[in-house]
Design a protein around this ligand. Structure first.
Ligand SMILES: Cc1ncc(COP(=O)(O)O)c(C=O)c1O
Length: 462
C-alpha cells in the first residue's frame, strides 16, 4: 500500500505488517563512545566470566550480555510468538496536542497491546526460549508492579516452562489482579520478602513489616535459582541482554516515524531498570551517535531518583549481595524506595549501559512527583483514551513538560515517547489519586546519605 505525505499528515495510527517485524535485535555496545566497564563477582570482586554466570543464565544469554556484534538474529520461534502482538502501533497524539494547545507534534509507541499489557514480554519470550533450548525446565524471577511477573509467566506458559515469581509485598497487596493473572498463566507467586528463602527470612526477622523492594525480591529469586539445577534466574530489566531484546520497539518506531514523514527531536521514556527506555531509545541513539541531533530524556520518580541523584558506582544488583557488582547509577543496594504506585520504577540501580550513556551526556534525566505524574496520566486518558500504567505516565509527564517548554520558547518540536504499558490493573492507584490520597515523596537527604553508605568500600569504576 502506498502512503503519501499528505495522507500521513492527517493520520492517527502508523501500523506495520507482520512481515515488517524486525528480524534482528540491535546491540548498542559496539557504537558506544565509552565501553561499559566489566561486571564483577560479588564474592571476589574480580571480573565475572561465563562460568560464574552459568548457574543462573543459559549460555546464549551470557553470550549476548558481552556480545560486540552490532545485530543479533531473533530466533524464528521467538518471532512467531512476537507476532501475536507485534509490530505494535505508533500513534500521533493529535487529541493530546489539541488538549494542551501545543505547536509541537507528539507521537507515542504503544507497548500495552501485548497480552500481559506491557513491553516486558519482548524479553520474557526470548529468555524463556533460550532457557528451554538449553534444557532448563523452571525459571525464577522477581516482580515489582506485577508486569514483569505476568510477562514471564505468559512466556513460560507458551514456551513450556515452570515459573516462580517473588512479588514485592506492597504490589502483591495493592495489585491482586496482577497476582491472579500470573496464576492464570500457571506460575507460582509469593509476596516478597517471603519465608521461602534465606534472604527473605533474614529481612523479615529485622523488618517484619517490610513493604519489599525489587532489590529484595531479586535476592530471593537469585537464591532460588542458584540452589536448583533445573532452575535459571530471569531478570526483567537492567542487564544488557534484556535491553537488547527490547530494541524491537525502537526499530519499529524508526520505520513508523518515516511513514509519518517525521523524525523525533526528542525521544522520551520512563526508567526503572531501563529496559523500555532503552528499547525505544537505543535505535535512535545509534542515529545520535552517528551525528543526528536528538534530545534523549529519561524520566524517573523523585521517590527513587537513581539517575538524577544516585552515584555512578559499583554496586550489587540486589539487597542480599548475591547478584554481581555492576557499574551503574545507584542509591545503594539496601535502599527501600517509598511505596509509590509506579512499582516498576522502585529499583535502587539502573542498567549499566544507560548509566554509561548518561555519563557520556548522550542521555539526560529528570525526576517527577507522583501527583504531577497522575495528573498527566489523567489528561492523557481524557484525550487519547488509553489509561496508562503509572510507570509509563512518567514518560507522558516528561513529554508534556518538553512540549510546554518548547511552546514557551516559541519552538516546535517533534516528540516521541514510549507508552510502555496500560494501567488497567492499577485502578486502585487511580482511585487513591482521585481521593487525594497520593503522597508526594521526594527522597530526603538523610535517607539518601544513609543508603549510600552501603556502597562504601566497594570497588570504584574508572
Ligand atoms: C509498564 C511498565 N513500564 C516501565 C517499567 C519499568 O521497567 P523498565 O525501566 O525496565 O522498562 C515497568 C516495570 O515493571 C512497567 O511495568
Amino acid at each position: 500500500m502506498q502512503q503519501t505525505r499528505t495522507g500521513a499528515a492527517s493520520q492517527t495510527k502508523f501500523l506495520l505488517e507482520e512481515s515488517q517485524l524486525p528480524r534482528r535485535w540491535y546491540n548498542i555496545r559496539p557504537d558506544m563512545p565509552t565501553a561499559p566497564q566489566p561486571v564483577l563477582h560479588p564474592g571476589t570482586g574480580q571480573p565475572v566470566g561465563p562460568d560464574d554466570l552459568a548457574p543462573l543464565f543459559p549460555m546464549a544469554l551470557i553470550g549476548q550480555e558481552v556480545s560486540e556484534d552490532a545485530e543479533i538474529a531473533i530466533p524464528e520461534e521467538v518471532l512467531e510468538i512476537y507476532s501475536l502482538w507485534r509490530p505494535t502501533p505508533l500513534y500521533r497524539a493529535r487529541r493530546l496536542e489539541e488538549a494542551i494547545g501545543t505547536r509541537s507534534s507528539i507521537f507515542y509507541k504503544y507497548e500495552g497491546v501485548s497480552p500481559p499489557g506491557s513491553h516486558k514480554p519482548n524479553t520474557a519470550v526470548a529468555q524463556a526460549f533460550y532457557n528451554k533450548q538449553e534444557g532448563r525446565t523452571r525459571l525464577s524471577t522477581e516482580t515489582g508492579a506485577g508486569q514483569w511477573g505476568s510477562a514471564l509467566s505468559f512466556a513460560c506458559k507458551l514456551i513450556g516452562l515452570e515459573c516462580k515469581v517473588y512479588m514485592v509485598r506492597v504490589s502483591y497487596e495493592q495489585k491482586p489482579a496482577r497476582r491472579s493473572m500470573i496464576k492464570a498463566w500457571g506460575a507460582d507467586v509469593v509476596p516478597s520478602p517471603s519465608e521461602e528463602t534465606q534472604s527473605g527470612r533474614a529481612i523479615l526477622a529485622e523488618h517484619p513489616d517490610s513493604p519489599g523492594s525489587l532489590g529484595i525480591a531479586i535476592s530471593e529469586a537469585v537464591e532460588d535459582a542458584a540452589g536448583r539445577a533445573d532452575t535459571a534466574y530471569s531478570l526483567g530489566s537492567v542487564l544488557n541482554h534484556v535491553l537488547l531484546h527490547q530494541t524491537v520497539i525502537g526499530q519499529e518506531a524508526l520505520v513508523q516515524m518515516e511513514l509519518a514523514g517525521a523524525f523525533p527531536d526528542v525521544v522520551i521514556g520512563c526508567v526503572g531498570g531501563g529496559s523500555n527506555f532503552a528499547g525505544l531509545a537505543f535505535p535512535f541513539l545509534r542515529e545520535k551517535i552517528a551525528g543526528r541531533e536528538i534530545d534523549v530524556l529519561a524520566c524517573e520518580p523523585t521517590a527513587c531518583p537513581t539517575l538524577t541523584r544516585g552515584l555512578f558506582a559499583y554496586d550489587f544488583g540486589d539487597t542480599s549481595k548475591l547478584a554481581p557488582l555492576v557499574p551503574m547509577h545507584t542509591l545503594g543496594h539496601d535502599f527501600v524506595p517509598a511505596p509509590i504506585h509506579a512499582g516498576g520504577l522502585r529499583y535502587h540501580g539502573v542498567a549499566p549501559l544507560i548509566s554509561q550513556l548518561v555519563r557520556d551526556e548522550l542521555i539526560r534525566a529528570e525526576a517527577y512527583l507522583q501527583n504531577d505524574v497522575f495528573a498527566s496520566a489523567v489528561l492523557f486518558a481524557g484525550s487519547e483514551g488509553i489509561l496508562p500504567a503509572p510507570e509509563a505516565a512518567h514518560a507522558i509527564h516528561g513529554t508534556l513538560r518538553v512540549a510546554k517548554a518548547a511552546d514557551e520558547a516559541g519552538e516546535e518540536r517533534t516528540i516521541l515517547f514510549n507508552l510502555s504499558g496500560h494501567g488497567h490493573f492499577d485502578m486502585a492507584a487511580y482511585d487513591n489519586y482521585f481521593a487525594g490520597k497520593l503522597e508526594d515523596v521526594a527522597l530526603d537527604e538523610d535517607e539518601f546519605s544513609r543508603a549510600l553508605r552501603a556502597i562504601e568500600g566497594l570497588p570504584t569504576p574508572v
